[in-house]
Each structure stands twice: as C-alpha cells, then as structure tokens.
Design a protein around this ligand. Structure first.
Ligand SMILES: Cc1cc2nc3c(=O)[nH]c(=O)nc-3n(C[C@H](O)[C@H](O)[C@H](O)COP(=O)(O)O)c2cc1C
Length: 233
C-alpha cells in the first residue's frame, strides 16, 4: 500500500490529494495516475469514484493503491463530503466527464463527488476526457467556461495516439495528459500553495518540499512538462 503510511520529515505530514474519478473509458488508466502521483508528490491519496466510474473500475482494486476510496457501493453514510473536502490539499477531477463538468458548472450536488466539489474551499482542477465532438459541443464549452469563471482550473486534453473504445482502434485523438505530466502539475500546485501560505504567515500543514520530488519523476527520469491550463478547446 503506498498511501496509508509514511512520512516526509519530522513534524510534517504528506500533502493530501483527493482524486474524483468519473465514468469516462479513460478511468481504466487511473491506477497508473494514482501510483505516479503518490510517488512523485509523496502524497497521500484518496479517491472518489462516481457510480459510472465504478462500473468501469472496482473500488476494491483501487484500495490496493491508495489510502481510502469512496465507491458507489459504499453505505451512503460511510463518508462525509465536508470532511473529505476539508481533508484535501488539492482536489483533481480525473478523468472529468461532460456530465460532471455540467454538474460543477451548475452547482448540482447529486453525488458524493459533486457535493464534495461544492464543499471544497480551494480551486479544483478538472481534466476533461471525452470524444472530440463532445468536447466541442457548445453546451460543454459553455460549462467549461463557467467552471473557469468560478475560479477553477481546466487542463484540456491534447492530441496524441490513443485507444478509442468506440472503434477499438488507436487513433490520433484528444487525450488526457499522461501520469508524469499530471504528477508534475500536482507537484507544482502543491508547492505553490505551500509557498503562498508561508508568505501569508500560515502553514499549509504539509511539507511543500516533498512535493518537489515530482521533478525527479517516478523512476528518476525527467517527466514531461506540466500541461498548460487553458480556457477553451
Ligand atoms: C463505454 C462508455 C464510455 C464513456 N466515455 C465517456 C467519456 O470518455 N467522457 C464522457 O464525458 N462520458 C463518457 N461516457 C458517458 C458517461 O459515463 C455518462 O455521461 C455518465 O453519466 C457520467 O457520469 P459521472 O460524471 O457521474 O461519472 C461513457 C459511457 C460509456 C458507456
């Protein structure tokens, strides 16, 4: 288990990353993102799986990799959205579906993930993952704009050779940034927050220097640069 134990230094806890995973076929790649994030950012990780995500990927499989998982089969009162929202130093929605982006844009709170998003006090980063036509749909673009205007961040997918479930073939299509790029993004965000808190005379609560290990990459190799954060596709 990578997420439950371990320390970064005397008196410092590890940064806490909460990953909300939605029902995109890309959620099948989530384990690689979680292990890379945990290693590169020295982070403790929790995952919230939506009901659709849970149909692709069993919560129990993820429990082997991270400290806690809130899955769709859990008792409704098993987890508290406010305490999970407060727990997180950084909240990533990865992959983010058109549905969850729409819910976030409209303040809909119909699941553990969407209620947790509303209860989180800092900006959330969404990694949209969907077919290109869906992403270009005016309604999706409108929701992305709204989410950004509300102060959150959107990391758009980039063209890359990737497997398309609909055709069962590899295609040049819009894809999520890879695990190294996401870990590098998260490391930067965690360090920026720790530095801003220190400048303001407060304590982020975690060791910001530990997140700097994202620069080293999971196997010592230099990871891809952090993806740019943009406003439109
Ligand atoms: C095989 C399959 C693949 C899907 N892939 C995507 C996807 O990549 N992106 C997306 O926005 N929706 C996708 N969907 C639709 C979502 O699962 C659906 O909109 C669901 O309501 C999303 O719920 P959630 O946002 O709560 O996870 C897919 C559905 C199926 C059956």
């Amino acid at each position: 288990m990578t997420g439950a134990t371990g320390a970064t230094g005397i008196g410092a806890r590890r940064p806490r990353v909460l990953v909300g995973a939605c029902g995109s076929a890309n959620v099948l790649n989530l384990p690689a993102y979680l292990t890379t994030l945990a290693h590169a950012c020295q982070a403790e990780i929790r995952v919230v799986l939506t009901a659709s995500a849970g149909a692709f990927l069993p919560a129990d499989a993820l429990r082997l990799l991270v400290s806690e998982v809130a899955g769709p089969q859990d008792d409704r009162l098993a987890h508290n959205h406010v305490s999970w929202a407060r727990w997180a130093d950084l909240l990533l929605v990865l992959p983010a579906t058109a549905h969850t982006l729409a819910a976030a844009a409209h303040g809909v709170a119909d699941s553990f993930l969407t209620t947790t998003l509303l209860a989180h006090e800092r900006p959330v980063t969404f990694f949209p993952s969907m077919n290109e036509q869906m992403l270009r749909n005016p309604a999706v673009q409108r929701n992305i704009r709204t989410v950004r205007e509300d102060g959150h961040q959107i990391v758009l997918p980039r063209p890359a050779l990737s497997f398309e479930a609909a055709s069962g073939t590899y295609q040049d299509a819009l894809s999520l940034p890879g695990p190294d790029a996401v870990a590098r993004y998260a490391g930067k965000a965690l360090r920026a927050r720790a530095a801003a808190d220190a400048a303001a005379g407060t304590d982020a609560g975690y060791d910001g220097a530990a997140a700097a290990e994202a620069d080293a990459g999971p196997d010592g190799a230099r990871p891809a640069p952090a993806p740019a954060v943009e406003g439109s596709a």
